[in-house]
Write a protein that binds this ligand. Structure first.
Ligand SMILES: Nc1ncnc2c1ncn2[C@@H]1O[C@H](COP(=O)(O)OP(=O)(O)OP(=O)(O)O)[C@@H](O)[C@H]1O
Ligand SMILES: [Mg+2]
Length: 598
């Protein structure tokens, strides 16, 4: 187990407070809960009459009494018995049906809350997340919530109430003996179950952790299907997966064995107390203190009491399990994003789209700075290129502009407004990005393009497709624009994916455009065609272009050269050539290579 003992203890005692998180969901459907509680009362009321009816029935069977009782009254008793049995089950079912809506609503609310929350978390969280495990944690958590709500409201509290009633009835009707046995049995049973269940929680957690881990492994392996094949590592993957499964199997076994211990102990406690009750009752019948009917009544109460008590043990166990599951869910909900909305967000007003990087320093980790006091401006309407070696921090710069991360020092301004003071929505809405690696939804090409503006009409989507030079490709497809692109868009070629991505951004029509190696996967001819289109589109827009192939940015208003996270040079193509430094060298190297290729 990853946690030390100390942590486990703390977790075990504190997770009850999770219950308080559920009240709002109950309060929301107050009336439904009330009606369900009424059904519960009716069901419990019905079942409490059964032992009495049985007692009168048995006592009236007695030879003497049988002559005194009217047949009609006897039939009434029998019918009442049947009615009570039916009411008990009927109102129980009615209660579940009515309350079902409440739990389903709560599951929906929590599901959505978690979804929104996870979406609001930092990019870092998502880069580190293990999709398979996360999905399992969320799923178990929401199921746990539903279980907890249902059983806490309808089992624990009412069963305790029922126990008190029965002890009261036994005490008033038959003296202290029976009441005492019941009370002691219930207490011992309760304490034992509580202790044993607390002890078992560690196994439940271990089991869940193993379950999430194996799921993570499976999903990760399947997502990398191609890589597995390329390196013929199927056996390796299977072994790794089996290792996780083995851990899971072991955890399940421990869980089951401890469950056996718990169930066995509970059964023993129940058996001992039932034997004592029956013994005492038999003794009293024998001594003529109570009638055979009383014996039946006591026996019936006991059966009725220990049934829910046994169930209570199960419920308590499950609740502890649910709490462990929900704990995980709330842990996810408790993760705080580093990049958050400003307290009083203003809406970013983009009039001309000037961008200023003001001495921006940043590192993904404290101990490794990636950008060092990056200082440069993009005048409104300009096209500015950032070039530099792989790993110099170009994509990082884009992520900073999009506010996936905040600078450690310095600031970024758009039209004079610090991007950390405006709403994330207005900021991200104003910028269109064609990222370095495009990932698509497993949907049709058409819908993937429409994602740039879900409100766009079909005509607008077709126009964007045309501008991105996707139309020729689509014309070749048997299913045209309705062709599915496969998981993460893997059924398209790299260049096709890039063009879908460009079409998307064209459709978004933001005032600021960012292209991170947007045409890197295209051949020279398609690249030129698209560059012309992009030039057309970005005419009145500010654009930031990142490119390896310098020939694609010679026309930029300004080129900034990023070297190990520092801007070492900036100016127009000609100025930089004249400078005869880093850029000039890069240029010469690429020209040479080009000549070789040609
Ligand atoms: N999420 C991350 N966590 C830690 N380090 C990261 C992360 N993303 C990028 N880096 C590191 O930051 C550095 C800059 O990365 P960046 O993606 O900005 O480079 P780049 O200039 O875009 O390179 P390329 O031309 O290859 O795309 C790299 O050394 C990279 O390893
Ligand atoms: Mg990059």
């Amino acid at each position: 187990m990853r946690h030390g003992n100390f942590d486990l203890e703390a977790g075990a005692s504190s997770n009850w407070h999770i219950l308080s998180h559920l009240w709002p969901y109950l309060a929301e459907s107050r009336r439904r809960v009330m009606v369900a509680l009424l059904c519960l009362l009716l069901a419990k009321g019905a079942i409490l009459t059964i032992p009495f009816l049985l007692k009168y029935l048995v006592d009236s069977m007695d030879g003497q009494a049988l002559q005194q009782i009217a047949p009609m009254a006897l039939a009434g008793l029998v019918l009442a018995y049947g009615g009570a049995r039916f009411s008990n089950v009927f109102f129980g079912e009615l209660r579940d049906t009515i309350f079902g809506r409440v739990t389903e609503r709560a599951m929906r609310r929590i599901g959505l809350q978690v979804f929104r929350h996870v979406h609001a978390l930092d990019l870092d969280f998502h880069l580190n997340r293990r999709t398979g495990g996360l999905a399992r944690d969320i799923e178990r958590g929401t199921t746990g919530v539903s279980f907890l709500m249902r059983f806490f409201v309808f089992n624990i509290v009412p069963t305790l109430f029922e126990i008190a009633m029965v002890i009261g009835i036994l005490f008033l009707g038959y003296g202290i003996g029976f009441a005492l046995i019941t009370l002691v049995a219930v207490l011992v049973y309760g304490i034992f179950s509580f202790r044993a269940t607390e002890w078992r929680t560690q196994f439940v957690r271990e089991m869940n952790a193993a379950d999430s881990a194996s799921n993570t492994r499976a999903i990760d392996s399947l997502m990398n299907f191609e890589t597995v094949k390329y390196f013929t590592n199927e056996e390796f993957e299977a072994r790794r997966y089996d290792l996780e499964l083995e851990r899971w199997e072991l955890a399940r076994r421990k869980n089951r064995l401890s469950l056996f211990g718990l169930n066995g102990g509970q059964a023993l406690i129940i058996a001992i107390s039932q034997t004592s009750m029956i013994g005492l009752a038999a003794h009293q019948v024998h001594s003529g203190l109570i009638t055979a009917g009383d014996f039946v009544l006591i026996n019936q109460f006991m059966i009725q009491l220990f049934m829910p008590l046994g169930f209570l043990g199960f419920v308590f166990r499950e609740i502890k399990g649910s709490l462990a599951n929900i704990e995980k869910l709330f842990e996810i909900l408790a993760i705080k994003a580093k990049v958050v909305e400003p307290e009083q967000p203003r809406t970013l007003e983009v009039s001309r789209g000037g961008i200023l990087f003001n001495k921006v320093s940043f590192g993904y980790r404290e101990d490794r700075e990636i950008l060092h006091e990056v200082d440069f401006a993009i005048e409104p309407g300009q096209k500015v290129a950032v070039v530099g070696a792989s790993g110099s921090g170009k994509s990082t710069l884009v992520k900073m502009l999009f506010r996936f991360y905040d600078p450690s020092t310095g600031s970024i301004l758009i039209d004079g407004q610090d991007i950390s003071t405006v709403s994330l929505h207005s900021l991200r809405h104003a910028i269109g990005i064609v990222p370095q690696d495009t990932v698509l939804f497993n949907d049709s090409i058409f819908e993937n393009v429409r994602y740039g503006d879900p409100e766009a009409s079909d005509e607008q989507v077709f126009e964007a497709i045309k501008l991105a030079h996707l139309d020729d490709f689509i014309a070749e497809l048997p299913e045209g624009e309705h062709t599915m692109v496969g998981e993460r868009g893997l059924k398209l070629s790299g260049g096709e994916k890039q063009r879908v991505s460009i079409a998307r951004t064209i459709l978004k029509r933001p005032p600021i455009l960012v292209f991170d190696e947007a045409t890197s996967s295209l051949d020279s001819k398609s690249e030129q065609a698209i560059l012309t289109a992009l030039r057309e589109i970005s005419k009145e827009h500010t654009s930031l272009v990142i490119a390896h192939r310098l020939s694609t940015v010679v026309d930029a208003d300004k080129i900034a050269v990023l070297h190990h996270g520092r801007i070492v040079e900036q100016g127009t193509h000609l100025e930089l050539l004249e400078n005869d430094s880093v850029y000039a060298e890069l240029w010469k190297a690429q020209q040479l290579k080009k000549r070789h290729v040609d």
